[in-house]
Design a protein. Structure first.
Ligand SMILES: Nc1ncnc2c1ncn2[C@@H]1O[C@H](COP(=O)(O)OP(=O)(O)OP(=O)(O)O)[C@@H](O)[C@H]1O
Ligand SMILES: Nc1ccn([C@H]2C[C@H](O)[C@@H](COP(=O)(O)O)O2)c(=O)n1
Length: 381
């Protein structure tokens, strides 16, 4: 990454941290021209009791009047709000670099429509483009994760400071999404995470990693000792595309019946759920075992037929020929195993809202889930 970009991103972070230490919201911003940092600023809404002093506004104010912003780049530690996006358009700032927007993605459409190029990041080694992290420059995935990670940690802190509802447990808002295979819980959980600005964990992936590791070890997933031994899988396995396959889903369902496996994975899920700033997790036992104190619990479900249809379409898209009958039989077997196992079976938590998605399009299911969470949070207030 070029020197100025690195310095500007570092300056955003330092400004965000400064605000945090002043008791404010940790959001920082930097304005650059060529190789020079013209100004820095940070959110001072709390410190000054000024509702419009966002990080970007503070930075632009500190820069003073500029005859033109044509050759400027505005860096911001978090996705700019409508007011700041409007100012960016008004000042004709041609480039915006968003250091981290997984925690909170705001007004991307507004900026796109008005042709403000928020630069997307591309891995210098894999040439993959990331739609989420918008740290510009030639970064390798790992460097990007480290850069975005520290901004994300601060941004999560921002959520608990900015959203009093989210601080109900002094630990941030927890949303639990449970449901059977292919019910759409992952789709809903990811959309809720973007909407509420929360980090998300797909807990099924952890069980899939155990199942896969067990197979790689040449173990038997039905044997408790073999399954337990597979719990020490390396983190890199979580990136293995094979984890998403139906075969691994079946292995995951088999290893997940063993209490030792569930115990081994408990702490990882629990600490994700209780991290400062809150979290959203999807799985089978989030609302009942992992985070029974969750602020909002959803149980997402759909008929076996609808779920089999969805899986079938997914597979056709991937050019994989499997009959719908085979998929239906596999789903039914996994449902039975997940619902009837002794330890932490898939059940609807008493205080969960059920969302039946069979007749709902994706967007409708997401809208229903957002409305349900809003209703559950309103109940708590
Ligand atoms: N309401 C919906 N209508 C149609 N298709 C949907 C709907 N919700 C999700 N899908 C599609 O169904 C498939 C399964 O959805 P998703 O991965 O969200 O389910 P899941 O419950 O998280 O599955 P898994 O148990 O494998 O983690 C995906 O291809 C998704 O795009
Ligand atoms: N919290 C969880 C998450 C998953 N499992 C098991 C049961 C599932 O069949 C399997 C794969 O999950 P998926 O990726 O399809 O959501 O993992 C569980 O027991 N508890």
């Amino acid at each position: 990454m070029s020197g100025i970009r690195q310095r500007a991103i570092d300056a955003c972070y330092e400004q965000a941290l400064k605000s945090y230490h002043e008791g404010g919201l940790p959001i920082g911003s930097t304005l650059t021209r060529g190789d020079e940092i013209i100004a820095v600023g940070h959110n001072r809404r709390v410190q000054q009791g000024n509702p419009i002093l966002h990080g970007e506004m503070d930075c632009l104010q500190n820069a003073g009047r500029q005859t033109s912003y044509r050759d400027c780049t505005l860096y911001t530690s978090l996705s700019p709000c409508m007011m700041c996006s409007g100012t960016i358009v008004q000042f004709k700032i041609p480039h915006v670099v968003i250091c981290e927007n997984r925690s909170h993605l705001r007004e991307p459409q507004f900026r796109r429509e008005r042709a403000v190029p928020a630069r997307s990041w591309r891995c210098r080694r894999h040439r993959r483009r990331s739609p989420l992290h918008r740290i510009d420059g030639a970064l390798h995935c790992r460097e990007r994760r480290a850069m975005g990670g520290r901004h994300r940690r601060l941004n999560r802190t921002r959520l608990s400071l900015a959203n009093p509802g989210a601080a109900r447990h002094g630990n941030g808002m927890i949303i639990a999404v449970d449901g059977p295979t292919a019910s759409g819980k992952g789709t809903i959980a990811r959309a809720l995470a973007a909407h509420f600005g929360l980090p998300h964990l797909d807990t099924g992936l952890l069980y899939r990693a155990v199942g896969r590791q067990c197979a790689l070890n040449g173990g038997n997933p039905d044997d408790p000792a073999d399954a337990r031994a597979a719990c020490t899988f390396p983190d890199s396995l979580l990136d293995d595309p094979e984890l998403r396959s139906e075969a691994t889903g079946g292995l995951a369902s088999r290893v997940s019946i063993h209490s030792d496996v569930r115990k081994a994975l408990y702490e990882r899920q629990r600490s994700f759920a209780t991290q400062p700033g809150g979290a959203i997790l999807d799985g089978r036992d989030i609302g009942t075992v992992i985070a029974p104190e969750a602020d909002a619990k959803l149980f997402v479900t759909a008929s076996v037929e609808a779920r089999a249809e969805r899986r079938h379409s997914e597979m056709l898209e991937q050019d994989r020929a499997v009959s719908i009958e085979d998929i239906t039989a596999d789903l039914a077997a996994r449902d039975k195993r997940d619902r009837t196992r002794k330890d932490s079976p898939l059940v609807v938590a008493e205080d969960a809202l059920v969302i039946e998605t069979s007749g709902l399009r994706r967007e409708e299911a997401i809208a229903a889930a957002i409305a349900a969470v809003d209703a559950l949070l309103a109940e708590h207030r």
